[in-house]
Design a protein around this ligand. Structure first.
Ligand SMILES: [Ca+2]
Ligand SMILES: [Ca+2]
Length: 470
């Protein structure tokens, strides 16, 4: 009976008439199978999931079906027999797991945790996932077979695709700038992926053992997380300035910490782990708090938990100028004279959070017409920023270059604009030994060029003050 249905279904498809005729010619029992992986008309396809699956992940299971197929069933195979998937996740593998074909020729079951639908898919390895016309998967009593032999499967109207099951994976980072988070920002962006896991618990521990925790969910097909996490204790007090240990904790595919029990907690999910972590601080101190988190998660025997650790400094916001050079000589260093008409390139460093903050650079001189204001809100993990200002039409003279983030002035540098042709040579790099005598870096008033050698630079190992000629 099943074979007859398959033939009827396929006779409606021009591209498969030949196959159908072959089937008719050979009589019952002949293999009539859908082509695999596209290429010509197929009566049945499975287009999702595709390729890779992480245990615990919710996926849509679906594809297309030709006219005449009313219902399909989905099976999975490693080696040997095909096993029916418990697609409705009711713990039973039976007729309830058949999927109706929609009038538009598609079939779909949304949000299936495949590793619950089949224990096979809970274990990393190479599998095949297949869809078959339900008519061809029914036993003599008319119920969906819980298993089908390879021959049963290919004898029906069916399609199959490879599926690679991979272990869960955690990658992520605290988006610090120059290894710092500014107290003025009070929060740090945490970004990453927790494939096969519903999210992470973010923990930050300050030098006194105070903790900030936040559950961050993973979203979308790739289990991406991206959230600003404030450096606040459960009592809404800021963490202490200084050395912070940041942890991203993912609880594996079971989303349960360690061996499934946490001291003084009834459960062991991310919320319970957060409560446990909050109960630790601040008495034991920073390293003790960190050790206990590891002990209850990734270090517990048999645990599939994962922890990523990152250390950074929580400190005052700092934004400073490193160099002022003509845009035509970007390899020059230090604060230089700029000729009127040139575009001035102002470069500096900051530990502030990009996107939420804008660095504004303003050049002023009493009585002189205003120059355009330069601004940027984009900079990378190294905190290097740059802004260009066109000096066309400006008056020559000594200007005050003010850097602002929000309402506060972050740095103040004096810069001299000179008539065209009067700048003199530019220092090119810090190994230059020749003293650029007569360089514009001497100014008659104000703090002078060495103001750029500010505290933020001195506090960072490997950074140098942008003095010309040094
Ligand atoms: Ca079921
Ligand atoms: Ca776990």
């Amino acid at each position: 009976m099943g074979v007859t249905r398959s033939r009827v279904a396929m006779l409606g498809l021009l591209g498969l008439v030949v196959l159908s005729l072959l089937a008719l010619h050979h009589g019952p029992g002949v293999t009539v199978q859908a082509q695999e992986g596209g290429g010509g008309a197929v009566s049945l396809t499975i287009s999702s999931p595709r390729g890779v699956y992480f245990p615990g992940q919710d996926v849509d299971v679906g594809g297309s079906a030709a006219t005449g197929i009313d219902e399909v069933a989905v099976y999975v195979r490693e080696a040997g027999d095909w096993h029916l998937l418990d697609l409705n996740e009711d713990g039973q593998r039976d007729d309830g797991d058949a999927v109706n074909v929609n009038p538009n020729g598609t079939w779909l079951r949304r949000g299936v945790t495949l590793s619950n639908a089949s224990r096979l898919l809970d274990i990393p390895g190479q599998y095949r996932i297949g869809v078959i016309d339900a008519v061809d998967a029914r036993n003599r009593r008319g119920n969906l077979s819980r298993t089908l032999t390879p021959n049963d499967f290919v004898s029906g109207t069916a399609a199959q695709e490879p599926l690679s099951v991979k272990p869960p994976r955690l990658e992520g980072a605290f988006q610090t700038r120059r290894g710092q988070v500014a107290t003025d920002d009070g929060a740090v962006a945490v970004q990453g992926i927790s494939r096969g896991m519903p999210g992470v618990l973010v923990v930050m521990v300050d030098s006194r053992g105070n903790v900030a925790t936040q559950e961050v969910p993973a979203r979308g097909r790739y289990d991406v997380f991206d959230e600003d996490v404030p450096l606040l204790t459960p009592a809404d007090r800021p963490l202490s300035q200084g050395h912070i240990v940041g942890l991203l904790v993912a609880l594996g595919r079971d989303d349960v910490a360690g061996d499934g029990s946490l001291p003084a907690q009834e459960t062991a999910g991310r919320a319970a782990l957060a409560a446990y972590v909050q109960s630790l601080g601040p008495n034991p101190g920073q390293e003790q708090v960190v050790s206990r988190i590891y002990e209850q998660t990734s270090l517990e025997a048999g645990s599939d938990d994962m922890v990523r650790e990152q250390r950074f400094t929580f400190t005052d916001g700092e934004t400073a100028v490193r160099s002022v050079v003509p845009a035509s000589a970007p390899d020059a260093t230090g604060v230089n004279r700029i000729e009127v008409g040139e575009t001035m390139l102002i470069r500096g460093v900051t530990n502030r959070k990009p996107d939420d903050n804008t660095i504004r650079v303003e050049l002023t001189r009493p009585g002189a017409p205003l120059l355009p204001i330069g601004a940027t809100d984009e900079w990378g993990p190294d905190g290097h920023w740059s802004v260009a200002i066109d000096t066309s039409g400006a008056e020559a003279g000594v200007y005050e270059l003010r850097v602002q983030v929000g309402n506060g002035t972050s740095d103040l540098v004096t810069v001299e604009l000179v008539p065209p042709g009067q700048r003199g040579p530019l220092p090119r790099n810090e190994t230059t030994t020749a003293e650029p005598t007569g360089n514009a870096t001497t100014t008659p008033d104000g703090p002078g060029p060495f103001a750029v050698c500010s505290a933020v630079l001195r506090s960072i190992p490997g950074e140098h003050c942008a003095r010309p000629g040094i």
